[in-house]
Design a protein around this ligand. Structure first.
Ligand code: ADP
Ligand code: MG
Length: 363
């Protein structure tokens, strides 16, 4: 058995990387980092499952940076389900590699023009962070080559399949060198991911931390029985009694827009994000919320996964999610990195069945 590593020094990382980790005040590795970093550094394939907010991003960024630093021929591809997660990971890589040779990740996401991406890709970047749709687009046009990729990461693997990316993933798989290392990260590991893993990974080391079928304990979960007609009044009251940043989930783009407008009219500072908005609008919505310029972000499930904004104090399910699984991810936007958080769900008579399933499984 490998002895447990309870300090980042135990991984013997490049000095510049260790320095950046110290600066981020990561005193000790989180459990998923302790378990997933050594096999990843040892060139093994890894399938890692750990609850939301437990440091999965650094668990794959640290081995990637270490290997790129040690071997100038190495290159990595990180696939993620949403554009916002891609940019967030770009930020983490930049922070962690600031004292090392400059490794600038290229971010290949949809909703923005192709030509700047084509220019960046032609320079043979050593890290590509991409969403599957746009990467598959580049592959079809021949504007990206993946033959140098020897590290492949799939983050939020479960979400990829939910979002219907299976076909694109298979397409991308055909272009990836067989001789590569593959790392899968997910907060939940449903059976369809295990099937996908069987195709992508070679005798992986499986690492699971915590009861992955439950939200983390630090989240105080509660529900209010209400009606469609009363939701807004109840919400306004709740916003008055709660302090700190609030992420509110609504079911559709239209309901997200409408609620944001109603909250604005009631005097709140609100941003909104959903798949119908432009990339510029999505970025400014996330950034304003992240910087604390606006207290409230109203969102569809596009913001349910991966987004790491440590100061989110409350998640409110204005509408319940379509699937029970999404509940874990939504409420996991709060209580990040050991902080506390609150999750409140509105339950109308029509939503009682859904709530029963959620509360049976997750409360
Ligand atoms: P996950 O992908 O597991 O949901 P993230 O990778 O987004 O979680 O990390 C959640 C938060 O934890 C981030 O704000 C990150 O900076 C912080 N974090 C990661 N690793 C550590 C660590 N070892 N010590 C302290 N904080 C950490
Ligand atoms: Mg994550």
């Amino acid at each position: 058995m490998r002895s447990p590593v309870n300090s980042f020094y135990g991984f013997a990382l490049p000095e510049g990387l260790q320095r950046a980790i110290n600066e981020l005040k990561f005193d000790v590795p989180t459990p998923i980092q302790t378990q997933a970093i050594p096999p990843a550094l040892g060139n093994r394939d890894v399938i890692a499952t750990a609850q939301t907010g437990t440091g999965k991003t650094a668990a794959f960024c640290i081995p990637i940076i270490t290997k790129l630093e040690k071997n100038p021929n190495k290159a990595a591809l990180i696939l993620v389900p949403t554009r916002e997660i891609a940019m967030q990971i770009g930020g983490v890589l930049a922070q962690l590699s600031k004292y090392l040779q400059k490794i600038t990740p290229v971010t290949i996401v949809g909703g923005v023009p192709m030509s700047p991406q084509i220019r960046q890709l032609s320079k043979q970047p050593r890290i590509i962070i991409a969403t599957p749709g746009r990467l598959a687009d580049h592959l079809r046009r021949g504007t990206v080559s993946l033959f140098r990729i020897d590290m492949f990461v799939l983050d939020e693997a479960d979400r990829m399949l939910d979002m219907g990316f299976a076909a694109q993933l298979n397409e991308i798989l055909r272009f990836l060198p067989g001789n590569r290392q593959t790392l899968f990260y997910s907060a939940t590991m449903p059976p369809n991911i295990q099937k996908l893993a069987a195709r992508f990974l070679k005798t992986p080391v499986e690492v699971t931390v915590g009861p992955v079928s439950k939200p983390i304990e630090e989240i105080r979960q509660s529900a209010i029985q209400t009606t469609q007609a009363k939701k807004n009044t109840v919400l306004m009251d709740e916003l008055k009694t709660r302090a700190g940043s609030v992420l509110i989930f609504a079911r559709t783009k239209h309901r997200t827009d409408r609620l944001a407008i109603q909250l604005t009219q009631a005097g709140h500072q609100v941003n909104r994000i959903h798949g119908g908005r432009s990339q510029g609008q999505r970025n400014s919505a996330i950034n304003g919320f992240k910087l604390g310029k606006v207290r409230i972000l109203v969102a569809t499930d596009i913001a349910a996964r991966g987004i790491d904004i440590p100061h989110i104090a409350h998640v409110i399910n204005y509408d319940l999610p379509m699937t029970a699984e999404d509940y874990i991810h939504r409420v996991g936007r709060t209580a990040r990195a050991g902080a506390d958080g609150n999750a409140l769900s509105f339950v109308t008579p029509e939503e009682r069945g859904q709530w029963k399933e959620i509360s049976n499984r997750f409360l």
